[in-house]
Design a protein around this ligand. Structure first.
Ligand code: MTE
Length: 332
């Protein structure tokens, strides 16, 4: 079975599968009905479709979990999901330009086939994985995560992938490994802004080992039941819902285990503005603007209210413990 390629021209078929749009929309509908208390009547039809889907054995099938629930606590929200069009036409992917509309316009040149991700550094099992091998490494599931950008906007997106911890366990980090570095593709031939002076290339991000092992940290291959469109970081990216969006590196080619805190792209560009942790925190303002509220993409009407930004983007119950005792004003 092939991964569901996008109906919008993104084509990186791989031997796995992402939940079909129909199943995904069925789940969304159920979630909506549950919210309005009208689920009972709809459940029969929905459950029937699910049962049918389950009877066909499909190796590597994306886990279809009852009621749209994910096995990972905190991975489902009742908030309205951002429209696909909004989520894929308002992006940050500086390799393709700095304007929000640039990635959708320019990322068509990104070559995603063949693709491999090298795992190196302080691990017992360093090796290179083809995209196909990565997809088969663990069952994928859908996680509906809020993603909040440091610039003050947010989206709610059904991502598809598995916890990065699944890969980390396979490669067996050494005891000396304290951090994970994500190095992304930097090919000036296919990425027109690589080489521009806005950032140092390649775009690099990093996590502390316990953050990287947290089940919410998602290695993502798809969204909305389809492969990632190029502008969203095809064919593989990170999604870290409790951190500002820039921590979620796109189009990853290397994952390196180190004993030193990695210098990240935004930290190198402006150390006083972008710290290593970059946890969503309404109490710590960016030096040039407040982080107390956010604008939800797609709710841009004249009278649309800004939402209050939540500590750790609303995932405090899941991740707060990772930072117990830390001064989050100092480690911003
Ligand atoms: N990854 C790469 N390789 N290059 C980038 O410029 N931008 C980051 C992050 N990942 C970026 C990147 C920033 S600033 C944000 S807010 C998110 O991607 C945006 O993700 P989205 O476009 O899927 O919303």
């Amino acid at each position: 079975m092939l991964i569901k390629t996008s109906s919008r021209g993104f084509d990186h078929p791989v031997p796995s599968e992402i939940t079909s749009r129909e199943t995904y929309q069925g789940r969304r509908e159920l979630l909506r009905l549950m919210a309005t208390g009208a689920a009972g009547a709809a459940l029969a039809g929905w459950a029937g479709r699910q049962a049918l889907a389950q009877t066909v054995p499909k190796p590597g099938k994306l886990a279809t979990l009852a009621g749209g629930k994910s096995a990972v606590a905190g991975a489902v929200t009742m908030e309205k999901i951002t429209d696909y069009k909004d989520a894929t036409s308002y992006n940050n992917f500086y390799e393709f330009g700095t304007d929000k509309s640039d990635p959708a316009k320019n990322a068509g040149t990104l070559v995603t086939k063949p693709w491999s991700v090298a795992v190196e550094g302080l691990v017992k099992q360093p090796r290179s994985y083809t995209l196909e091998e990565l997809l088969k490494l663990s069952p994928q599931e859908e996680r509906i995560y809020r993603l909040r950008c440091v610039e003050g906007w947010s989206m709610v997106i059904p991502w598809v992938g598995y916890s990065l911890s699944e890969l980390i366990k396979k490669v067996e980090p050494l005891g000396s490994a304290k951090f994970v570095e994500f190095i992304t593709q930097a090919d000036p031939k296919t990425m027109p802004f690589v080489g521009s002076r806005v950032l140092e290339w390649p775009y690099v991000e990093g996590l502390r080992m316990d953050e990287a092992m947290h089940p919410l940290a998602l290695l993502s291959f798809g969204m909305y039941g389809e492969v990632l469109p190029n502008q969203s970081g095809a064919p593989v990216r990170m999604v870290l819902p409790w951190k500002y969006g820039f921590k979620s590196g796109k189009s990853i080619v290397k994952i390196r285990f180190t004993d030193k805190e990695p210098r990240t792209a935004w930290n190198k560009a402006a150390a006083s503005e972008y710290g290593f942790y970059s946890n969503v925190n309404p109490q710590v303002d960016h030096p040039r603007w407040s982080q107390a509220t956010e604008r939800r993409i797609g709710e841009d009407g004249l009278f649309a209210k800004r939402r209050k930004t939540l500590m750790f983007n609303g995932y405090e119950a899941q991740v707060g413990q990772l930072y117990a005792g830390m001064d989050l004003k100092k480690f911003f």
